[in-house]
Design a protein around this ligand. Structure first.
Ligand SMILES: C[S@@+](CC[C@H](N)C(=O)[O-])C[C@H]1O[C@@H](n2cnc3c(N)ncnc32)[C@H](O)[C@@H]1O
Length: 265
């Protein structure tokens, strides 16, 4: 992917278009609403009721909803105004009273240095054109000793599998930038002055019909992507646990996720 500022702006416009169109489906998405990863994020967060938390790229607001009961205040942010509005409606309907809502770009956070005790960002960094920059921004707004909890889809370290994973994700949603490898994440965290205290991996199975419906992939592209997956190498099919239905159509595939806990020195 090119690195020019113009391309970065274009990717952010694509993100806003995509999430403005699909906002409701991300609020109701079962795989965003639930999941052991949200539970793990809470278990690892070392919360207390005095803390100021920031949730970056909140999407439907599911991470902010989990964090809110554990902190004094959660600042809920997203690049896409319509998505943030949907998150606000959802959190208010769930009875959250300690949240504020700010439209914000993860790569240019509109907050002073050392404002937050905790920062979360779940299943979103693969949309950021400059992931390293977003981690530097998190480190800047964290207080010393503060914690960043990051969850994202992850590319395997093997180049063939990395390429398959990112091709499939970008085909399904053109606002996908890149799922990074664990090695890339280590560099981003340590380079920004965040000590990685914990990392874990998990996998998610995507049911092809739901997964493509949520992204509103047109039928012809859905069929082409299905063919690409079903005709991929046996190595890719085995790694991503490609499951074909009796009628020959693609049932599901499974890919990797990473959870990182980093502390600002
Ligand atoms: C899949 S949703 C996030 C899911 C959510 N965090 C959760 O836990 O359910 C991805 C979100 O990232 C937001 N986003 C993408 N690029 C962004 C950026 N550069 N800065 C802030 N938010 C961004 C999108 O607007 C979208 O709402």
């Amino acid at each position: 992917m090119s690195n020019t500022p113009h391309d970065h702006d274009e990717q952010k416009t694509q993100v806003q278009d995509y999430f403005s169109r699909t906002a409701e489906s991300y609020v109701s998405s079962f795989s965003h609403k639930s999941g052991d990863d949200l539970q793990r994020l809470i278990e690892l967060g070392e919360w207390d009721r005095q803390q100021q938390a920031l949730d970056i790229a909140t999407g439907g607001g599911h991470t902010a909803l989990s964090v809110a009961p554990h902190v004094a205040r959660v600042t809920v942010t997203d690049l896409t105004p319509r998505m943030l509005e949907k998150a606000r409606e959802y959190l208010v309907a769930q009875g959250v009273t300690n949240a504020e809502f700010v439209v914000a770009d993860a790569e240019r956070l509109p907050f002073a240095d050392a404002t937050f005790d905790r920062v979360t960002c779940r299943i979103a960094a693969h949309h950021f054109p400059n992931v390293a920059r977003s981690v530097q921004e998190v480190a800047r707004v964290l207080k010393s000793g503060g914690i960043y909890l990051l969850i994202d889809c992850m590319a395997p370290s093997d180049p063939e599998l990395d390429s398959f994973d990112n091709t499939v994700e970008k085909w399904r949603d053109s606002s996908h930038g890149r799922s990074c490898t664990p090695e890339e994440w280590q560099v981003f965290f340590t380079g920004a002055g965040l000590q990685v205290e914990h990392q874990e991996f998990f996998r998610k199975t995507h049911h092809y019909d739901d997964w493509t419906l949520r992204s509103q992939l047109p039928d012809n592209e859905k069929a082409r992507l299905e063919q690409f997956i079903l005709e991929s190498s046996s190595r890719s099919q085995a790694y991503f646990e490609v499951v074909q239905r009796a009628d020959g159509h693609l049932e599901s595939f499974t890919n990797d996720f990473i959870l990182l806990k980093g502390r600002k020195r």
